[in-house]
Design a protein around this ligand. Structure first.
Ligand code: 5GP
Length: 173
């Protein structure tokens, strides 16, 4: 297993997170956000960005999984659902990475069925060229090429989530 040098450094990440948080704070001015983080991958991005969002907020999480090792399995499992009442709320769904978009589309539609006042999506990374689902992403940290990345919450087989930066992962050189 090989991970390369940082593809996105701690400094680049932290600067972009602050920029995104400023934009979100402006857009949600006068409202209360219900921020919903998708675990496990979004835990680090979520914890960083909510600290910089300057608007009243409640937080909740759901646990979803669609990947087996580094291959998409096509199957989406929800292990734990949100507990807050979604109806009439201004929901901000926060995820780590959008690839095909199938996972997020599934979660988005599931939450939309609960009649929020609004439902916006914020993702840290976006592999736009791989998109299969028709999904509007409202806030993106970085668009990245089609490489498998780890760190900053993202894993390979459960590992590397604790790295404070993003690296490209390869099983062998
Ligand atoms: P999608 O349904 O958009 O194809 O897949 C989204 C999920 O796949 C993400 O939430 C993440 O868990 C996983 N995923 C997609 N690309 C990557 C990647 O490059 N690295 C890691 N660690 N996970 C990824």
């Amino acid at each position: 297993m090989v991970i390369g040098k940082p593809f996105l450094t701690v400094e680049q990440i932290q600067n972009r997170v602050k920029e995104l948080a400023r934009k979100i704070s402006g857009d949600f001015n006068g409202k209360e956000i219900l921020a919903v983080g998708i675990l496990k991958g979004a835990f680090m991005f979520f914890a960083d960005i909510v600290r910089h969002i300057d608007v009243p907020m409640k937080i909740d999480f759901l646990i979803a999984s669609s990947y087996v090792k580094s291959q998409t399995s096509g199957e989406i499992n929800i292990f734990a659902d949100v507990r807050e009442d979604i109806k009439g709320r201004d929901v901000l769904l926060i995820d780590d990475i959008v690839d095909t978009g199938l996972t997020l589309k599934y979660i988005h539609d599931m939450l939309l069925a609960k009649n929020p006042a609004s439902l916006k999506i914020c993702t840290f990374l976006d592999k736009k060229t791989r998109r299969k689902a028709d999904l509007k992403i409202d806030y993106t940290g970085f668009e990245i090429p089609d490489n498998y990345v780890v760190g900053y919450g993202l894993d390979f087989d459960g590992r590397f989530r604790n790295l404070p930066y993003i690296s490209v992962f390869k099983e062998s050189i």
